[in-house]
Write a protein of this length. Sequence first.
Length: 345
Amino acid sequence: MSDLVPCCPHCRGSLNREREALRCAACQKSFPIVAGIPDLRVCADPYIDFAHDRAKALRLAEDGRTRGFAALLERYYEITPKVPADLARHYCSHNLAGVERGEAVLQRLQAYGAELTDRSGPTHLDLGCGTAGFVAAAAMHGVSVFGVDIALRWLVVARRRLDELGFGGSRLVCACADHLPFPDSSCAVITAEFLLEHAASPIGVLREVRRVGGPETFFMARTVNRFALAPEPHVGVWGVGFLPRRLMDPYVRARKGIPYEHVRTESFLGLRRLLRETGSRNLEVRRPLLTAGDVAQQPLSRRRLLACWAALDRWMPPARPLLALFGPFLDVVTRAGVRPAPDRR
């Protein structure tokens, strides 16, 4: 596979640079380049419209001239007052540990049998890359990864991280995961950490993964388990997933004073049904493979809970179905590339 070259997300035509925009040679649709990042989205981020996202991205890009990555993260939440202070602190800590969590993703890919090679260019894709922790971790191992996210503002913060580490942010693209701006069969490895629960169309995402991946492409996704015996990590509230969906938002508003929107977690069985609907026969849902890195990069209270789940998985094999039904996460991986989960004894 050759270097990934973005194409038109509508018709897959080639893109030509025109000042601060890219224009499709086939359908003539134009896409702006904002703060140096190509905006190839078909749909806006559900949390914010195009205009406000681009304005926020430009504001953060200007702030990033005099701030490092950590300071720019703090600045992000200063200009995002809707996020409660406790969640803002949690999200900041989460993003600051992004490279370490990226290392845990690399551990998991290796354990599942994926082969990461740089070849002649970045043929590896990270969907929902956020602040590019995995992109940076991969770069430290000599592997080029294209980071894709629907949030342009977050990609500006991600680029500051990559610049600070000496990698540059040229491998960041703003796009929708269900309308990827890449040619058919162009990617060797595709990852999607905690993306499916945020996607407007998870089925569309999985179909796009099948399209841009070739027959030997390895896919690995992790998503929050709806029926996890733990607080819902997006809002820090217990019991959300056990409620009917129509009651989730009122319950979180009553408990936390914030909305529960644009998040749709799935159970083990629900995710299996979703895979059947997409026709993705080479993918399977598995109990989460919890590496040491997965556990280490969590807040203390959650770390203890994950350590208990990991111990249960290791020492009580008959209890492993419970980890699939009620564990904190679910993994979706390419069936052909899957090894049995390591015994870890």
